[in-house]
Design a protein around this ligand. Structure first.
Ligand code: GTP
Length: 935
């Protein structure tokens, strides 16, 4: 980067796995060092560089950077020792060292022969994908004290009536002892519990004080004003101290219970004490013999369990998916008295419409649906290492099975083996989620030791997960407590002002971005819903039930409709058009937590793509093309849409579209000359929740105008048509099973005028980004393969047939033509014939494939390539044949430095492929990987 004169760039690189830039920087600095004659200056520069490098690798506190730049500029820069140019270059170097810890490490080793070692950040794995700033805030927050998070998030899933609530009642002491008769669950029941020393689970509420104390018992505190507990019954009071982190640990004294109480009272004005005081007083009133001393031992493990008991009616299935994540342990339950091919009977006629489990589905289909959904939402091709099993299969109604205990166990095993085999065959990745040990229970026998065994197994599984024991800042505890308190007050939906209020009343409020990060992490952990978008960032959903109740309003039967709204109700029932009068009537008839927040309900339902407002005809100005409804881009999207378009005064609720399209081929294969090929988004594992299609329709509704035939919207169950460019074009999307199809048709009499390829690529971009958003994947987090792959249907098929003539787009990046296996007679399809509309840019790149590239790659090629790869960098590694596992290792070794990482995996590829590692092969792989980029 710099030489002695500070002008000549030095090109470096080598196959030793060190990032080329690091080599350059080290060489440049070495030369600078050698050219300094004055030993004092040499030492001062070393001092500055060393502080920067240590700061970069270890503390990352910003004042180190600013202090040292200031020191360099005022003491060394632009002096007799360094020219202006050199001064600038050294400042640049300092910034590189600061922003790239891997380079800082290398430079210290090479130039000053000092090994500054690894910095093991304690930032949770899944946060490593967040931006530098967030990681810095988190790391800084940890410095004031940290606690290990040991929370089991247990999701209990299965068909209605299988025995989920009964099982939950048997697992939780308080319910078991009360002998509660289960009632059918609505939405989700959420129980927060503590793990007791004997392995039982008790409800959290009764032991709030214990929980609070025991959490502090576990933490390592360096400098917060707070209360902590030592041993089982002794409490230390820590004096108030600034939170900045520069103060050494404060001495403490152990006290008896009496003194504790006194101290607590003395400090009663402190926020934390304020929270504890009523509990201490309560203890006094209710329990003459204070059992405070026992509480910590009871809950010594300070492991919490949040049990989510999901409603089994298929009506709810589509909303449940918002709550499944990879930080959960799942119990998937099956009734052992049913056969896999028995049909599920449900009374509710609306059931299943939205989630695609149509009426009359079998138990096997329900089983498959749940496991597929868990797989899709909880770590599909996990970005962080290997998947660990997280699903325990549980059979119920053991008492109603025939045979002795042993025979019943065998039947249970056979049942599940059979179900897994029938649902997924032998080598589906879904099988890796499933825990070996399966359980069989009789829920009518609550004292059966099997429930204890099950709790033990759940704990063991949780302990083996990557997220177990992650560090969390102790100074976030009061805010978490505040959320808990609001939950106890039965608050479901909060405004940001409420959060600020709660935050302010804490002794050390979280400031600025730290509060936003706290909320974001709470959202990622599934404790709250918080979407940082323009319309929703002022809201926090505390209780998941709220969102489910809101959703339910729009799909269930509403009794006693207002006769004066008859016409509007007809539109809603038949055409899924939700007019304000119907919306208001639904809201008026809902629970007040929903009805009173109707504007927010609309905003959430729009955000979750349950409904969408269509565009007004005369205002459409192609706003939609750019409008990839990707969560991160949403703010931008809002701006685009609002500038250019107006919406009609009603919503469409796509999941209510029931009418099947008239002969489907009329739409999918119009008899006109100018039509694109059919592009297909094919979901891996042959599973796609149909809600994805409905959500995609919602995105299209607010992006393009709905096509009409006469007065009728061309919106059907499973198919929708939209006008593009003032109806010169139409876009038709439809789906079947796990494939979504799209085709554009162009209406013109001008034989010279061809379909606009930019339009096609923009439309594909919008569809693709939306689908990525639905599966929770984003281009900002490219370390996962996409859950779907793109295909083109054979362009020579006159009529588009489901799953026929499918040609994988990626294959065209390596080959010039592919065989169509569906048409008769057999024929091939060339790259140009397949890709000329939807993938025009990729086509050009792929065609640009000259023979001169057919030579072995050299260092300089790898170096150049490593700098040009964008957010498709992960997929490029996969294209070059590296495994996700190896990529994860390398990524960690390179400390997430993209350039080094790419260079290193390319070097590995070259080593393993020898002479086959040609520049041509590299370019083809780069081109294939680009199919996954955001462009
Ligand atoms: N004989 C027998 N009955 C059971 C068993 N488990 C549950 N039941 C009964 O089945 C009925 C439904 O049980 P729930 O626990 O409410 O089932 P659920 O899966 O929570 O149902 P939803 O909340 O509607 O999804 C109740 O009457 C239970 O007593 C079992 O193992 N054996």
């Amino acid at each position: 980067m710099i030489d002695a004169e500070g002008t000549q760039p030095i090109v470096g690189g080598g196959g030793d796995g060190i990032e080329p830039t690091a080599i350059e920087v080290a060489r440049g600095l070495q030369r600078v060092k050698e050219n300094i004659n004055d030993e004092n200056v040499k030492k001062d520069l070393q001092d500055i560089i060393s502080k920067i490098c240590h700061g970069s690798v270890q503390e990352r506190s910003h004042h180190i950077l600013t202090e040292n730049i200031r020191s360099f500029v005022s003491n060394l820069g632009s002096s007799v020792h360094f020219s202006l140019n050199q001064t600038k270059q050294i400042i640049k170097t300092i910034i590189v060292l600061w922003s790239k810890p891997s380079i800082a490490k290398h430079v210290m080793k090479e130039v000053y022969n000092e090994d500054i070692g690894e910095n093991e950040t304690d930032v949770p794995k899944d946060l490593e994908n967040m931006d530098e700033k967030a990681i810095e805030i988190y790391s800084r927050a940890l410095k004031d004290g940290e606690e290990e998070i040991r929370n089991i998030r247990l999701m209990v899933l299965g068909m209605f009536g299988v025995g989920k609530t009964s099982l939950v009642n048997n697992l939780i002491k308080d319910f078991r002892e009360k002998n509660i008769v289960p009632v059918s669950t609505e939405g989700i029941d959420l129980h927060r519990c503590q793990l007791m020393e004997n392995g039982d689970w008790c409800l959290d509420k009764e032991h709030k004080l214990a929980k609070y104390i025991s959490r502090f018992n576990k933490v390592t505190i360096t400098s917060v004003s707070t209360l902590s507990v030592r041993d089982d019954s002794k409490i230390k009071l820590v004096q108030d101290a600034p939170v900045a982190g520069d103060i050494p640990p404060i001495q403490s004294e152990s006290r008896s219970l009496e003194t504790i109480k006194e101290s607590v009272k003395e400090h009663k004005e402190e926020d934390i004490i304020k929270k504890i005081l009523p509990l201490v007083e309560l203890q006094n009133e209710n329990t003459p013999e204070p059992d405070l001393t026992q509480i910590p031992s009871k809950t010594k493990k300070s492991t919490t369990v949040s049990v989510w008991d999901f409603a089994g009616q298929t009506l709810y299935y589509s909303t449940h998916q918002f709550f499944l994540n990879k930080r959960s342990i799942y119990l998937v339950m099956m009734d052992m008295t049913k056969r896999l091919d028995d049909h599920v009977k449900e009374d509710d006629e609306e059931s299943g419409i939205w989630c695609g489990l149509m009426k009359d589905c079998t138990y096997l289909e329900v089983f498959k649906f749940w496991l597929n959904a868990i797989h899709m939402y909880s770590g599909y091709q996990s970005s962080v290492g290997r998947l660990k099993p997280s699903i325990i299969l549980v059979g119920t109604r053991k008492d109603e099975m025939m045979g002795n205990s042993e025979e019943k166990e065998m039947k249970k095993d056979t049942f599940f083996d059979d179900a897994l085999q029938k649902a997924f065959g032998e080598d589906s990745p879904i099988l890796t989620h499933i825990h070996n040990r399966k359980f069989l229970v009789n829920n009518l026998s609550p004292q059966d030791p099997v429930f204890h065994e099950l709790r033990k197994e759940i704990l063991a599984l949780a302990e083996s997960q990557e997220y177990w024991g992650e560090k969390s800042p102790v100074r976030w505890i009061p805010m978490e407590q505040s959320l808990d308190k609001l939950r106890d007050e039965r608050k479901q939906l909060l405004k940001m002002e409420d959060i600020h209020q709660a935050n302010k009343s804490n002794a050390h409020p979280l400031v600025g971005d730290e509060l936003a990060l706290f909320l974001d992490i709470q959202h990622r952990h599934g404790n709250i819903l918080y979407f940082n978008t323009n319309k929703l960032k002022h809201l926090i959903v505390l209780a998941p039930q709220w969102i489910i109740q809101a959703f339910k309003c729009f799909i269930t039967h509403i009794p006693n409709k207002n006769p004066s709204n008859t016409g509007a109700w007809k539109d809603y029932m038949n055409l899924a058009i939700l007019k304000p009068e119907v919306f208001n009537e639904i809201m008026d008839k809902s629970d007040s937590t929903i009805g009173d927040n109707r504007v927010d309900v609309i905003n959430y339902m729009e955000h979750l793509d349950v409904m969408a407002k269509p565009l007004k005809l005369e205002e459409v100005k192609e706003a939609g093309n750019k409008a990839a409804v990707h969560q991160v881009e949403e703010d931008k999207l809002d701006a685009v849409v609002h500038l250019n378009t107006k919406y009609l005064d009603f919503h469409i609720v796509p999941c209510r579209l029931k009418k099947p399209p008239p002969p489907i081929s009329k739409f999918t294969s119009p008899k006109i000359k100018k039509r694109t090929q059919v592009v297909c988004f094919v979901f891996c594992e042959k599973f796609m929740p149909p809600s994805f299609f409905h959500r995609l329709v919602a995105v299209c509704i607010r992006t393009w105008r709905i096509s009409k035939e006469g007065d009728e919207n061309q919106l059907y169950n499973g198919l929708a048509v939209f006008d593009l460019r003032s109806a010169a074009y139409t876009l038709t999307i439809w789906y079947k099973d796990h494939i979504i199809y799209a085709r554009i048709s162009y209406f013109t009499k001008n034989p010279m005028s061809d379909i606009d390829v930019t339009l096609c690529q923009d439309v594909r971009h919008t569809l693709r980004m939306s689908l990525l958003n639905f599966v929770g994947q984003s281009v900002e987090n490219p370390r996962t393969a996409t859950a779907f792959d793109e295909y083109i249907q054979c362009p020579f098929m006159q009529e588009s047939l489901h799953n026929k003539g499918m040609l994988r787009v990626k294959k065209f990046m390596y080959e010039n033509e592919l065989n169509c296996k569906s048409c008769s007679p057999r024929h091939t399809v060339t790259r140009a014939e397949a890709l000329n509309y939807w993938f025009k840019n990729r086509l050009e790149q792929a065609d640009n494939d000259d023979e001169n590239l057919n030579r072995p790659v050299e260092d300089s090629d790898l170096l150049k390539a490593s700098r040009s790869v964008g957010n498709e960098f992960w997929m490029l590694g996969i294209e070059l044949g590296l495994t996700n596992e190896r990529m994860n290792e390398l990524y960690a070794e390179c400390r997430k430095d993209h350039c080094t990482f790419i260079y290193r995996y390319m070097a590995e590829w070259r080593e393993s492929e020898n002479e086959k590692a040609t520049l041509q092969r590299l370019y083809r792989a780069m081109n294939a990987a680009q199919l996954y980029s955001s462009k």
